[in-house]
Every structure is written in structure tokens, then in C-alpha cells.
Ligand binder design. Structure first.
Ligand SMILES: *[C@@H]1O[C@H](CO)[C@@H](O)[C@H](O)[C@H]1NC(C)=O
Ligand SMILES: *[C@@H]1O[C@H](CO)[C@@H](O)[C@H](O)[C@H]1NC(C)=O
Ligand SMILES: *[C@@H]1O[C@H](CO)[C@@H](O)[C@H](O)[C@H]1NC(C)=O
Length: 630
């Protein structure tokens, strides 16, 4: 009863969101009022013209070996089972590592279907299952290793990574259950023999995947953290948008907004509901928590948050001339006495890879929830802008610059988000990335994988009607566009694989994997890495939050009431300010300055870490799923 009401609300709200888009959706709920027109291609005409069969998807299980190896190194070198976490990670990067491991485990579960479909051949089902269980139990251990209490008091982006992580694990359990324990999967349960007890066979044939035991726990954590994050949505300033950090002057950045869009639409699609009322005591007059207030599958509030979040972001003027998301907006003069400006008008123009990534999960989910093609075309356009800004040309299928002509010591030209066709963040070449910066590229590739999954029509039991012709056309265009990214993924994978050390650990600066072996240093510094550090904005993620406006109130204004606080009740606010939980702003480990002459450019700065390993894993998984998975 509760559920069907929720569905009705969701459909009504989807229609409301769509009327703003003035677009004819491929999914529709009532009488059809329009004919959706699927684009011939999500690629620009000149790219589509050369695509055809080129760059197409070609199944190759060999790539899976590199994924398995990246995963193995990640979980043996960096994960501590006794702590249930990657101890060198900080709260938010650990949440991202958990997301990578859940995503990769899901891809392994999908791949198992194709490795010796006959379960009794070379790789025994028992061994394959053992591998999945190994990673699944580690992710489950991380449920307890995650410092949920600390993250609750951190910034909204920190909080939202947690939501995405557990929804990813829920998807892993769902996919693994459907593929290997579903109603259509034949189980290896022997026919009852004369000497067996019928009850035993029945008992075993009724088992489902044990991972389902944990779904309520994962759902509860996702729900609690989404509820916390929702308070970051603010309409007093900039006409909407999420605040990044309630303890700094107002800053509305791309990442927090993209996370809110992605987390909200993923709650809509994958959150199964939560009957656990904790941390509140249940009202003793009823024996059930208020389930509607706690959300539920396809709850309209999640769809509404995602639709509104994207509408605000898309109209916020946050993209630059290359069509890339810059970091975010300040409000000019906010800390000045007598100022009454509330517009987001002071942009921080630094361009980072993760700001081009998280939105892709949001756009893909919005398409799935509404059938509106504009979300898919916006996503493909963003991906193509990223590829171009790495210095890669999709028409020729090669890097724009020919690096074979460079002499040792000469760096390929910077294109905005990379060089020589390889993605780079602005801190990579100089070896000056913070722990945050080391996590970014992997985030992009995780969300690229999510975006490029083949389109699936809504399940018939959902009652959603589908325009079959338009859906088939959209599905073909989507596959063609994603396949056209394969050669770029291969190029990046080759570079990244070239940065592995003898232990199989990935480095941070992937381009180094392509450079001539005769270049042995000295390596680039921030003065000569070709990145316009001085003019491209404040890279606070890598080099710290400046201790001045527009980032923080000037020291003389301590206790100044203009620091943003639309978030909590006054009592809670006073409490949180007194405790000043600044964990998310803590000083990042100092970068080594003596590394310019290191033999290995990826030994400089923070060197190889769990975050750089997660980046390698996410890239290889993207390459595997988009270019080679059967
Ligand atoms: C199998 O599961 C169904 C549904 O949960 C239940 O009704 C049935 O009693 C179970 N049978 C056995 C033998 O456990
Ligand atoms: C968008 O932002 C850019 C860079 O800050 C600025 O130059 C431009 O005027 C803005 N456009 C609008 C319509 O506000
Ligand atoms: C602020 O608002 C007041 C009253 O609306 C107006 O007179 C004043 O010019 C504004 N100040 C600024 C700096 O815009």
C-alpha cells in the first residue's frame, strides 16, 4: 500500500520535472502526447562519420587479467582486514576506495558468467565464488571500519561519497544475486536421493545470496547520510545549489552539487527503503517507524532533488570555454560589511578531473528515471570535452600531439585536463598532488563506467511504457558513442600500466608511462610543467584552503555571523562550531621537494598510495567494461 502510493507520487513528479525540460521522453506513464526523436548519434557528425565499426566493442578476456591484478594489489597491499579499512586513506578517500572495490567486484561477478560458462570446467565455481566473497567480506568489514561518526560532522561532499559508496554495494549484491542466485539460475542442488531427507534439499534450494543479509545495513547508512546532506541545499544564495562546507564562507562548488544529483537519483533508483529508525527512538505509540519520512524505493523527493539540482547546476555558468566544469562559485563581497550581494558571481576556474566525473552518474540516473534523452546527450558532450582536453582527437583516434618527436626532457603540450591524450590533473606532472588530488582521476573513470553501461529498458513490472523504436535508436547511439571512447581508454590504460612498479602499484602521473625511457629526470616542477597554475584559479584541493576571503572570514572577523549557516538548528550549530570539526580541512601531508631527480617520477611527492591504486583500478575497469567485456 505504502509502496504503490510512492510510485504514483514519483511518476507525477517525474512528469513535473520533464515539463521543465520541454522534451518528449522515451518513457511515458499515460497516454502518449508526443513522439520522441532519438538522435542518430551522440557523437559530433565528423566523429560519427569515421566511427562505423571502428573503435567498436571487442570482447577480450585478457584485459580482465589486468583488472584482477589491480584489485589484488589494492586489497593485499593497502587494505587492513583487522581494521576494516585502508588505514592510509582519509575518511572521504576511503569511501571512494570502497566504491571502487564494490564496483570492480560487481564487474567480476558479471565476468564470471563468461569464464567457462560450464561450472565444472577449468576455473571451478568454488574458486570464482571465493574471489567474490573475499572482496565482498572486505567491503562489509569496511561498513564497520568507516568512521561514520566523524564523517557526519564533515563537509557535504564528504557525507555524499558515503551515500554513493553504499548504493554501489547494494547494486553489487543485486547484480550478483540476479546473475547467480536468481529464479532463472539453475542451482547445483542434487536431486533428492532415496536416502536424503526432502527437507534438506528444499532448505538448500531456498537459499539466496547471503550478501542480501547486509542490504538493510547499507541502506540505512545511505539513507542517514543522504538525510544529512539534504540540509546543504540552500536557496537563500545563488538561487539554489548545495553549500560545500558549513564552516567556511559560502562556496557552491561543482563537486558537492554533482554528488547531490548523483546520490539523489541513485537513492531514487537503488535505495530499497529503510525500516531502521535509529538514531531516533521509535514512537512508543506506534510499532512502526514513519517509513514515508524515511524515503523508500522510487520516492519522489529523491527524483525532485536530482532534477532540481541538475537544473541549477546546468544554469549556473560553471562550465568554461572548453565545456569543462570549473570548481565553483563564491559570492563577491560576501564578507564585507553592508554587502547584500547573493549572486554566485566569483568563479574559481581551476579544472579538476573529478568535477567532470560524478555528474555522469547523475545524468545516467536521470535518463533512467525519466527517459529524457537530453541527459544522455549532456553526458556524452561532457565526456567528449574531457577527451579533447586530454589532448586526444576522436576523429583520428590518436593523441593530437605526436610525442615520438619529443626529445627526453621535453613535455607534451598541456590541453586543459591532460596532455598527449592522457588525462592529468594539474598537480600530476609536478608530483604535487595532495591526498585529495590523488583520488580524482579514478573518480572520473568510475562514473564513466556507470554512464556507459548499455541502456536497459525499464522492467515490464514497473508499468513504465516505452517507445520501442526511439528506445532502440537511443540504445544504438549510446553504444556507438561509448565504443568510440575505447581507443582513448586503451591509450590511457597503456600509459597507466606503464607507471606500475615491481609490486604492481600504479603511479599518479600516468603520462609518465608513455614517456621515453631515455628521460630519467630532472622531472617537471610547478614552474615548468606547462600548466597555467597562476591564472587558472585556486587549487585548494591540492594546495590547501587559503586563510582569507573569499574562502574564510578574515581573522579580525572571527565569530563573524556571515559564515554560511542555513544548515542546522541554532543549538546544534553552536555545538558544532564549538567542536570545530575540521577533519576535512586538516593539513595534508607535506609534499617532498627533493624528488625532482628521483629516478621514478611517480616516487615524488606522496608517491604510490591506495588512492593512486584506486585510480588505476577504476581506469582499467572502465577500459574493460566499455571496450572489452563480453
Ligand atoms: C522457501 O521460501 C519461501 C519464501 O520465503 C517460503 O514461503 C517457504 O516456506 C520456504 N521453504 C522452505 C522449505 O524453507
Ligand atoms: C560566466 O562566468 C564567466 C567566468 O567567470 C564570466 O566571464 C561570464 O560573464 C559569466 N556569464 C554569465 C552569463 O554570468
Ligand atoms: C544593499 O541594499 C540596499 C537596500 O536595498 C541598497 O540601497 C544598497 O545600495 C545595496 N548595497 C549594495 C552594496 O549593493
Amino acid at each position: 500500500m505504502v509502496l504503490s502510493l510512492v510510485c504514483v507520487l514519483a511518476v507525477a513528479s517525474a512528469a513535473r520535472g520533464l515539463s521543465d525540460l520541454q522534451e518528449c521522453p522515451i518513457f511515458f506513464s499515460a497516454a502518449k502526447r508526443c513522439d520522441p526523436i532519438a538522435p542518430k548519434s551522440f557523437l559530433p557528425a565528423d566523429v560519427a562519420a569515421v566511427q562505423g565499426s571502428k573503435g567498436s566493442h571487442s570482447p577480450d578476456l585478457g584485459v580482465l587479467v589486468d583488472v584482477l591484478d589491480a584489485m589484488h594489489v589494492m586489497q593485499t597491499a593497502y587494505f587492513a582486514p583487522w581494521l576494516g579499512t585502508w588505514p592510509d586513506a582519509i575518511d572521504w578517500t576511503a569511501a571512494v576506495m570502497g566504491t571502487h572495490v564494490s564496483g570492480a567486484t560487481r564487474s567480476l561477478s558479471e565476468a564470471l558468467i563468461h569464464i567457462n560458462p560450464d561450472r565444472k570446467s577449468t576455473v571451478d565455481w568454488k574458486l570464482k565464488s571465493n574471489l567474490i566473497e573475499r572482496y565482498f567480506t572486505q567491503v562489509t568489514a569496511y561498513y564497520f571500519g568507516q568512521d561514520a561518526f566523524a564523517i557526519r560532522n564533515e563537509a557535504y561532499d564528504d557525507i555524499l561519497w558515503v551515500v554513493l559508496g553504499w548504493l554501489e554495494t547494494i547494486q553489487l549484491v543485486n547484480v550478483h544475486t540476479d546473475l547467480h542466485f536468481g529464479v532463472n539460475v539453475e542451482q547445483d542442488v542434487a536431486e533428492p536421493q532415496a536416502n536424503t531427507v526432502q527437507g534438506i534439499a528444499d532448505f538448500f534450494s531456498n537459499q539466496t545470496y547471503h550478501g542480501n543479509t547486509w542490504i538493510p545495513a547499507f541502506s540505512h547508512r545511505a539513507r542517514i547520510f543522504w538525510d544529512l546532506a539534504e540540509h546543504g541545499w540552500d536557496t537563500k544564495l545563488c538561487g539554489g545549489g548545495m553549500i560545500w562546507n558549513p564552516r567556511l564562507l559560502p562556496y557552491k562548488n561543482a563537486i558537492t552539487n554533482e554528488l547531490f544529483i548523483a546520490a539523489s537519483i541513485s537513492m531514487y533508483l537503488y535505495f530499497p527503503g529503510d525500516e531502521n529508525a535509529s538514531p531516533f527512538y521509535q514512537d512508543s505509540s506506534t510499532d512502526r517507524p514513519n517509513l514515508d519520512a524515511q524515503g523508500g524505493p522510487r520516492h519522489a523527493k529523491y527524483l525532485k532533488a536530482a532534477v532540481e539540482g541538475y537544473r541549477w547546476l546546468a544554469n549556473s555558468n560553471m562550465t568554461d570555454r572548453q565545456g569543462l566544469y570549473t570548481d565553483g562559485f563564491h559570492i563577491s563581497g560576501y564578507a564585507d560589511a553592508g554587502n547584500n550581494n547573493t549572486k554566485c558571481d566569483q568563479r574559481d576556474n581551476v579544472v579538476l578531473s573529478y568535477n567532470q566525473g560524478v555528474l555522469l552518474t547523475g545524468l545516467r540516473g536521470l535518463w533512467e528515471a525519466t527517459g529524457a534523452l537530453s541527459y544522455l546527450s549532456d553526458g556524452h558532450r561532457l565526456i567528449q570535452n574531457v577527451i579533447k582536453a586530454s589532448g586526444y582527437d576522436l576523429i583520428s583516434g590518436t593523441a593530437i600531439d605526436d610525442i615520438s618527436t619529443l626529445r627526453p626532457g621535453q613535455l607534451p603540450r598541456w590541453h586543459g585536463l591532460g596532455r598527449a591524450g592522457v588525462m592529468e590533473d594539474p598537480c600530476d606532472a609536478s608530483g604535487t598532488c595532495s591526498q585529495d588530488g590523488q583520488t580524482f582521476k579514478g573518480i572520473f573513470f568510475h562514473h564513466l563506467t556507470a554512464f556507459c553501461a548499455p541502456l536497459a529498458a525499464p522492467a515490464p513490472e514497473s508499468g513504465t511504457k516505452v517507445d520501442a523504436r526511439a528506445f532502440a535508436a537511443a540504445s544504438d547511439s549510446h553504444s556507438q558513442a561509448c565504443s568510440s571512447y575505447s581507443a582513448w581508454l586503451q591509450h590511457n590504460a597503456r600509459a597507466a600500466l606503464g607507471t606500475r612498479d615491481r609490486d604492481g602499484k600504479f603511479g599518479q602521473w600516468w603520462t609518465a608511462g608513455l614517456l621515453s625511457a631515455s628521460w630519467a629526470g630532472p622531472w617537471p616542477t610547478m614552474a615548468d610543467d606547462g600548466v597555467p597554475h597562476e591564472t587558472s584559479g585556486t587549487d585548494y584541493r591540492n594546495y590547501g584552503v587559503p586563510n582569507r576571503p573569499p574562502w574564510r572570514a578574515a581573522p579580525s572577523e572571527k565569530g563573524n555571523t556571515k559564515a554560511q549557516h542555513p544548515i542546522e538548528a541554532p543549538a546544534a550549530r553552536a555545538h558544532s562550531r564549538a567542536r570545530a570539526p575540521m577533519g576535512e580541512l586538516k593539513r595534508k601531508r607535506q609534499v617532498g621537494v627533493d624528488g625532482a631527480n628521483a629516478r621514478d617520477p611517480n616516487a615524488r611527492g606522496r608517491g604510490r598510495t591506495v588512492e593512486t591504486q584506486g585510480g588505476g583500478l577504476a581506469l582499467l575497469r572502465a577500459y574493460w567494461k566499455i571496450a572489452h567485456a563480453p
